[in-house]
Design a protein around this ligand. Structure first.
Ligand SMILES: Cc1cc2nc3c(=O)[nH]c(=O)nc-3n(C[C@H](O)[C@H](O)[C@H](O)COP(=O)(O)OP(=O)(O)OC[C@H]3O[C@@H](n4cnc5c(N)ncnc54)[C@H](O)[C@@H]3O)c2cc1C
Length: 303
């Protein structure tokens, strides 16, 4: 209930405008958001690399309604890719299709993503294409397939809560497309998605084993200690070395565990967002854990 309500608020345009202008709330987002500028973001990414933790850089923004905003997001990412190279970092970038104009047309979105993927290929980097709500899955995967065919440096995202994901994983594995597997962060109807945590987790484990055996460099994106333990056990059992997959977590969550995995020799990558369009991202993080909401309310009341 609370999760659904928070996710409903995450899509609320009026609240978004109000909240993103509030300095008080803005300060409280710092647990999940690295900073407002690319400089702040790169400083965080390079500190993480000192601890052998890699990053995927997310320039916050989604659901843009003008081609100008989509083009600005594309240019921001082009700059980020070059600055990552100049700083000698091993960060990738993560983009959201609706930030690059998906709501204005699939072709327009692909036309904004392609130069990013090309530039990343030229720089020896990779673009991870986030998955948004189910309305976008077919169009997003179509773009992923086209980019993979042309450049071989994109990673798709699959959400374990969707019933369709087993089939999508099979297709992507057959094509050799690297996949980031997550549980899924949006409000989806029961007709297309598992709702019980136990069912989502069971599907996650099934898809994870399939991906680990696929040899297409999967990313196991979760903070769930039981799933992480099973990934490690399964990899050992099947002699899948730690160089053949990576763990991913969100910046600000389970920090000690991410450090420990990196120290133990696993490839660990954090999804590190920056920028001022933080509201929907932040609300999804609150929806995932009611304790985060209590923390926010306590801090707001204290001011
Ligand atoms: C690297 C990465 C990229 C992602 N990309 C996408 C994407 O493209 N599309 C998409 O739909 N979703 C994406 N997600 C979000 C994902 O779908 C889940 O909503 C989110 O990761 C929470 O699920 P979980 O696997 O951690 O498991 P859960 O069962 O939700 O959580 C397991 C434990 O992790 C901790 N935890 C989880 N979330 C939080 C939080 N917000 N605050 C504090 N503690 C928390 C808690 O201790 C919790 O008990 C991504 C997640 C990661 C890690």
């Amino acid at each position: 209930m609370l999760r659904s309500f928070m996710l409903y608020l995450a899509g609320h345009k009026f609240l978004r405008r109000r909240m993103e202008r509030s300095r008080t709330v803005g300060r409280l987002t710092s647990r999940f958001v690295a900073g407002l500028t690319l400089e702040e973001e790169l400083a965080v990414c390079s500190r993480l690399e000192e601890d052998r933790i890699l990053a995927t850089l997310d320039r916050l923004g989604e659901s843009v309604t003008s081609n100008g905003d989509a083009a600005a997001a594309r240019d921001g990412y082009l700059e980020a890719l070059r600055r990552i190279r100049d700083a000698g970092l091993r960060s990738t970038v993560s983009v959201k299709p609706t930030q690059l104009g998906m709501d204005l047309g699939e072709d327009l979105c692909a036309a904004h993503i392609e130069p990013l993927v090309e530039e990343a290929a030229r720089l020896g980097n990779r673009v991870e294409i986030d998955m948004e709500s189910s309305a976008y899955v077919d169009r997003t995967l179509a773009i992923v397939r086209a980019m993979h065919q042309a450049h071989h440096n994109v990673r798709a995202v699959i959400q374990a809560y969707l019933y369709r994901s087993a089939k999508d994983v099979d297709v992507l594995c057959d094509l050799g497309v690297p996949v980031r597997l997550c549980k899924g962060a949006y409000n989806e109807p029961a007709g297309i998605a598992f709702h019980r945590k136990a069912d989502v987790d069971a599907n996650y484990l099934r898809l994870m084993r399939r991906l680990l055996e696929s040899d297409a460099d999967p990313a196991i994106a979760t903070h769930d200690v039981r799933i992480i333990a099973e990934a490690r056990r399964f990899a050992r059992e099947k002699s899948i070395g730690p160089e053949r997959f990576e763990f991913q977590m969100l910046y600000g969550i389970r920090r000690e565990l991410s450090r420990r995995l990196a120290r133990e020799g696993y490839r660990m990558r954090l999804y590190v967002p920056f920028g001022d369009a933080w509201y929907p991202y932040f609300m999804r993080r609150l929806a995932e854990r009611p304790a985060n909401l209590l923390f926010l309310l306590r801090n707001l009341l204290r001011r």
